[in-house]
Design a protein around this ligand. Structure first.
Ligand code: AHN
Ligand code: ZN
Length: 329
């Protein structure tokens, strides 16, 4: 009798556990299928981005140590704050290739600083002190609407969008200073590390100890008419899966004329130091034009880099693609 009792109880217990384990699995399954929350991707406002470029250009050339540079820095900080970002200004004195000391200001705006998953978006905000590709006024500074203004304009509009459509992931927007004060190409003993002094400094001394981001996207000269953004060599070497992600997204939403599936040589730009010093896989969205003096936009480091060459169709393609990537993470 006792043995039959034990067997009967065991059978009852077994059946009970069997059903419990089924219920458990169903609950887990339900939780898994409910979890994904698809965020609506906001629409990039290209007129807004354009106005942020105009605003920067209205200050005049933003050359380190100038009053225009100082005033533009204040504008960038207050605008990021107005859009709800926590801001940090990283200041240092760095040495230009010819020995001139430059007061550097890297400007950082963070959304969801407590989030573990983070994306870094960056662009340089300074403009070149020389028009060394021009034939007139070579020693005067350029306006830098495209080279300096355009990436910042797109990222300010993205900051404004994040404020109105909050994200769960963290986003850090960094405006690097002293990118464009390097030694002219072709001078004797050309020092390639004389460019990108702001990003070199930040990569060695990030604004937060142990700072890390899952990946980074650099925007440089993103407003040229019919610009072609190719798979640039440094991006491809350090972060080809991010190039895939961004280029596939750009093509998916209708911008295959801009996001071209062509590999082109690597260039020295802020992403090189972010990749090689702080090791955050970072890509560069930068115009490539094989037909020009230096394979960049045809107005590169000339006085013609002004508001007349800012193309809203290109700005929109870049801005909407980056927004799409962010809101699909
Ligand atoms: C070179 O000229 C090799 N690199 C500078 C990249 C750059 C300048 N981007 C904007 N201006
Ligand atoms: Zn430049």
């Amino acid at each position: 009798m006792v043995q039959i009792g034990i067997i009967r109880n065991s059978v009852i217990l077994f059946i009970l556990f069997f059903f419990l384990s089924c219920v458990d699995k169903q609950q887990v399954k339900k939780q898994i299928t409910i979890t994904p929350v698809k965020l609506n991707v906001p629409k990039f406002n290209v007129d807004s981005a354009y106005s942020y470029i105009q605003k920067q250009v209205d200050f005049g050339p933003r050359v380190p140590n100038s009053r225009e540079h100082e005033e533009c820095a204040n504008y960038l900080v207050t605008t990021l704050q107005r859009f709800g970002a926590s801001t940090t200004v990283q200041e240092a004195v760095v040495n230009r290739y010819d020995g001139v000391n430059m007061n550097m200001k890297n400007i950082i705006g963070s959304f969801n600083p407590e989030s573990y998953t983070r994306i870094l978006l960056c662009a340089h905000w300074d403009t070149r002190f020389l028009a060394d590709n021009d034939v007139v006024d070579v020693t005067k500074p350029i306006m830098g609407a495209n080279d300096g203004g355009s990436g910042v304009g797109v990222l300010l509009e993205i900051a404004r969008q994040i404020q109105t459509s909050p994200l769960e992931i963290g986003v850090d927007i960094i405006f690097f200073d002293v990118e464009d004060q390097g030694q002219p190409n072709g001078e004797l003993n050309t020092n390639s590390d004389s460019w990108c002094l702001g990003s070199q400094y930040w990569s060695k001394n990030p604004h937060e100890t142990n700072y890390f981001a899952d990946y980074g996207i650099l925007l440089d000269m993103v407003a040229g008419e019919n610009a072609r953004f190719t798979r640039e060599g440094v991006s491809e070497k350090f972060a080809s899966r991010i190039v895939d992600k961004v280029w596939n997204m750009g093509r998916k939403i209708g911008f295959s004329n801009f996001f071209v599936d062509e590999k082109t040589p690597g260039i020295i730009d802020d992403h090189l130091y972010i990749n090689s010093i702080i090791h955050i896989p970072t890509i560069n969205i930068v115009e490539y034009d094989n037909t020009t003096h230096n394979r960049f936009n045809k107005h590169h480091h000339k006085h013609s880099d002004n508001m007349n060459i800012i193309d809203k169709t290109t700005l929109n393609a870049v801005g909407q693609t980056v927004l799409e990537v962010l809101y699909n993470e």
